[in-house]
Design a protein around this ligand. Sequence first.
Ligand SMILES: [Fe+2]
Ligand SMILES: [Fe+2]
Length: 230
Amino acid sequence: MALYAIGDLHLSLGTNKPMDVFGGGWVDYTDKLTAGFSSLNADDVCVLCGDISWGMSLDESLEDFKFIDRLPGKKIILKGNHDYWWATAAKMESFFSSNGITSIEILHNNCYYCSGVAICGTRGWLGDEQLTAEQNAKIYSRETTRLRASLQAAKNADVKICFFHYPVRFKNIVCHEFITAMDEFGVKSCYYGHLHGEGHRLAVRGLVDGINYEIVSADFVDFVPRKVSY
Ligand SMILES: [Fe+2]
Ligand SMILES: [Fe+2]
């Protein structure tokens, strides 16, 4: 049983959002994902770090979920900024089960285990210039609460790994509240997505103040899930 992560699948099998306009890497990306997942086994676990489907509703995203479900292993999903179909966990779970989708689990205020390692996380937040400082602070605070709930659920695990959609560190932005929570719970590894194309150059990778950061956006990892070491 191995743990993997990949972010930003940006699927649009039930909608019409061509991704090849975002650069050569995205041409035939669903084929690349199928090939990339082919080395995973049925008992492996892969965290999908947000921006999963372009659908605007669960129904519009159904074909994308079916595609994900056909990929080997259990998939643990967290929300990205483009996941407009995201609903309550109860609604999503009921939608998945009524459509025969059995390999997707939802990471939201909770944690999962893979070989005794706790998988924790939340979407995160980078701030939005179009929002007021107060609005941004409210979202940041909500995401901190979600991260802490996830870490608290895993409090007895020796090893906890955090997964976000947004980077925790980016350019001059440092999400201190997330880092404080990760430090408090002894997290040493943090994976994230969201950054594409030129954004990859600005991604923080490697050890910073005791936490190892790694970007796993699909176009960064060539559509091959990245093995998570622990
Ligand atoms: Fe994103
Ligand atoms: Fe994205």
